[in-house]
Design a protein around this ligand. Structure first.
Ligand code: PLP
Length: 375
């Protein structure tokens, strides 16, 4: 068994695993399941301060991103894609797949989006049905300030779709205050349930936009409107994965009971970044660090694969490499959700200390010790 300290999926607590092994029902026919599903959605709404509607869809986090684009995009719609990271840019694929015209607002991948630059752009062109933005773009670990970006978009009458799959529950999210129209989440990041579910928080404005479409939504599985009247009609568009949702509910209970969760993420992330830098390694970003993941540049003389495989095979700790434009360039420690605890991060940094020693990379100090001194 490996210690899973990747940038998601994260470790899953025992009570979540136990909930997933409870006896199951027929979720289409059991009226109690409709109550349970709705209560769970209501709880999600309350936790992230939303007065719209929340839904749980059976499918990994990517389904939520696709569902948002599929449900909003009509052929010819102009959509602003805020691109300062790999997931950010990726939204353009979903927009074009459903017939929209994706207009990229590209900015430096090593910093968050600067709201003033976005404002200057919107002054010249704001004819967009909606915009997409990633809260924490996990490959680089950049944290975009959705509390400023989404209200700015709203000023220009642009709906916002936010991917907070790797942000929510590790970083503060307030859906209503930030005027977010569709917030996308996943079960396997800071919420620390296994992969398999996507969660959506949808504003009334977004639902109206879907209902007022001139053309039908070109999807079934990714059609948010198919969930609109599940409760009144006692009818889900497809059979809900009961065990996944049982686990999700307990994971939500865990987060709700953990009142210090955001503060702990912040403290552990800060100490991790400082320890890594004190040892002489470089962070990938220049500013705008998310508290859910630390992204470290691969030092000269070694490859990401050497680091990852030594950590995994010799020290039984799994961390992440990267893909796309960051393939081979960075390694990533996921310290979100159940991973955000001092012991596991210390153990990970100890494994990294030993790995770099094994690979002949000289560090200026022990990252584990530097981290523990700061905790
Ligand atoms: C993890 C993640 C997703 C979900 O996609 P995966 O297939 O699990 O990679 C979507 N967006 C972001 C920002 C994520 O970190």
């Amino acid at each position: 068994m490996y210690k899973i300290m990747t940038a998601g999926p994260t470790q899953v607590k025992e009570n979540v695993r136990m909930a997933r092994s409870l006896e199951t029902t027929n979720p289409d026919l059991d009226l109690e399941f409709y109550e349970f599903y709705k209560e769970t959605c209501d709880m999600m709404q309350e936790m992230l301060h939303s007065t719209g509607t929340a839904y749980i869809l059976g499918g990994e986090g990517i389904l939520g991103l696709e569902a948002a684009c599929a449900s909003l995009t009509e052929p010819g719609d102009r959509v602003l894609v805020l691109d300062n990271g790999i997931f950010g840019k990726g939204f353009a694929d979903f927009v074009t797949m459903y017939g929209g015209e994706a207009v990229l607002f590209t900015s430096d991948y090593q910093c968050p989006i600067h709201t003033e630059d976005l404002k200057a752009f919107l002054e010249k062109d704001s004819d967009f049905k909606y915009a997409t933005v990633v809260h924490c773009d996990t490959p680089s670990g950049v944290l975009n300030d959705i509390s400023k970006i989404c209200p700015l978009l709203a000023e220009y009458g642009i709906l916002s779709v936010v991917d907070s799959v790797a942000g929510m529950f590790g970083e503060y999210v307030n859906v209503d205050e930030s005027k977010i129209d569709i917030l996308c989440g996943g079960s396997q990041k800071a919420l620390s349930a296994p992969a398999g579910l996507t969660m959506l928080w949808v504003s009334n404005k977004a639902l109206e936009a879907m209902e007022n479409r001139k053309t039908p939504i070109e999807a079934f599985y990714a059609n948010i409107l198919n969930f609109r009247t599940y409760y009144e009609d006692k009818w889900f568009p497809y059979t809900m994965p009961v065990s996944d949702i049982n686990g999700l509910r307990v994971a939500l209970d865990n987060v709700r009971a953990d009142t210090g969760i955001l503060e702990r993420h912040a403290r552990i992330a800060e100490a991790t970044r400082r320890a890594v830098q004190k040892a002489g390694l470089k962070l990938y970003l220049r500013e705008g660090y998310s508290n859910t993941v630390t992204v470290i540049a691969v030092p000269e003389g070694v490859t990401d694969e050497q680091i990852l495989s030594t950590m995994r095979d010799r020290y039984h700790v799994m961390i992440s490499g990267c893909f796309d434009v960051l393939a081979g360039k960075v390694i990533r420690i996921g310290h979100m959700g159940e991973n955000a605890n001092v012991d596991d991060v210390a153990l990970t940094l100890e494994a990294m200390d030993k790995t770099f020693a094994d690979l002949g990379v000289q560090l200026l100090c022990s990252m584990k010790e530097a981290f523990l001194e700061l905790m």
